[in-house]
Design a binder for this molecule. Structure first.
Ligand SMILES: [Mn+2]
Length: 317
């Protein structure tokens, strides 16, 4: 059976400040091309790594449009909640968000910690984003109930192949019984790799909200699993770049791509800036709250409430 994996499209109605093209049109083209791939390649199931929308509160017209697009794919779409999908990094808020509407409209199905059987002997576990996720690699451990089945783990966490900054989890530190580990959140992506019998894949973000170095241009990952003999764990994959994608020089204001070190410096500076001004995207304000709260050892309940309040007062499209 064939699975198509995508992650982090960050669908939004307005343009990111860094883009000179029409972002929402570019996202529409990408999703329509994916619909074609699903039909041409006879894809059975789609798995989505989260950050479907850039904000939990995008416009109703945008949500309606994507309900239609996702339904036109005519295959089940299993998703997890990313950091941008929920309010205050809190998965309990899903029903109030744009993702919640997609679920209620039956356009996507939410994965959870209880394995979902998406095909005979093929199970998927989903780990939504939470700000606690990367505190301990053990948070990525999932257990297999039947050794002969194929277990897929889908996560929205800062899983990386080499040290990053802030909180992250290295692939090599993850112990899991999953045969396949599909990750979103880290937009540059990394080269697929097999570690301790688990195949790790992150093709990178479908939407480009920032001009960063990437491993692949915006792509989908097509997985072919021999479901007749699951015990053989025969999983083929290919990363397929989308044809409608134009070079980054034609979509970004600045030609120079940010290297990791520069990105880190900018993000640190943004955090300092957010102490002085309210003119920042809510995501930066939330990172700042988390940073200070951790330094000050603020109670979890208070952190949760503070993150929700920031989202409530800074909602935008
Ligand atoms: Mn993202």
């Amino acid at each position: 059976m064939k699975i198509l994996f995508i992650t982090d499209p960050h669908i939004r109605g307005n343009n990111p400040v860094s883009r000179i093209d029409n972002y929402s049109e570019s996202l529409r083209n990408k999703h329509n091309e994916i619909g074609q791939i699903i039909k041409n390649d006879s894809i059975d199931v789609v798995i989505h790594g989260g950050d479907i929308f850039h904000s939990p509160d995008v416009s109703k017209s945008l949500i309606s449009e994507y309900i239609k697009i996702f339904k036109s794919w005519e295959v089940p779409i299993y998703a997890i909640a990313g950091s941008h999908d929920v309010i205050g990094y809190n998965e309990k808020t899903i029903s109030r968000t744009a993702l919640g509407v997609l679920i209620a409209a039956d356009a996507v199905k939410l994965l959870g910690s209880i394995p979902t059987e998406i095909w005979s002997n093929i199970f998927v576990v989903g780990i939504n984003h939470s700000y606690r996720l990367d505190e301990n690699p053990k948070n990525y451990f999932v257990k297999k109930c039947d050794k002969d089945c194929i277990l897929i783990e889908t996560v929205h966490g800062m899983v990386v192949d080499k040290p990053f900054f802030d909180e992250y989890t290295l692939i090599k530190d993850i112990k899991t019984e999953a045969d396949l580990f599909l990750s979103g959140h880290y937009h540059p992506g990394w080269k697929p790799q097999k570690v301790n019998n688990t195949l790790f894949i992150n093709p990178g973000s479908l939407g480009r909200v920032e001009n960063i170095e990437r491993v692949f241009p915006p792509s989908v990952c097509i997985l072919n699993i021999d479901h007749r003999f699951p015990e053989k764990k025969n999983i083929d994959y290919k990363i397929v770049p989308l044809k409608c994608v134009v070079p980054s020089k034609d979509v970004f204001k600045t030609v120079t791509k940010l290297g990791t070190e520069t990105s880190e410096k900018i993000l640190e500076f943004m955090k300092t800036l957010s102490q002085k001004t309210g003119d920042l995207e809510k995501h930066d304000a939330k990172s700042l709250v988390l940073k200070i709260a951790k330094e000050e050892k603020v109670d979890d309940k208070i952190i949760e409430e503070a993150l929700i309040i920031i989202d409530e007062v800074m909602f935008n499209d």
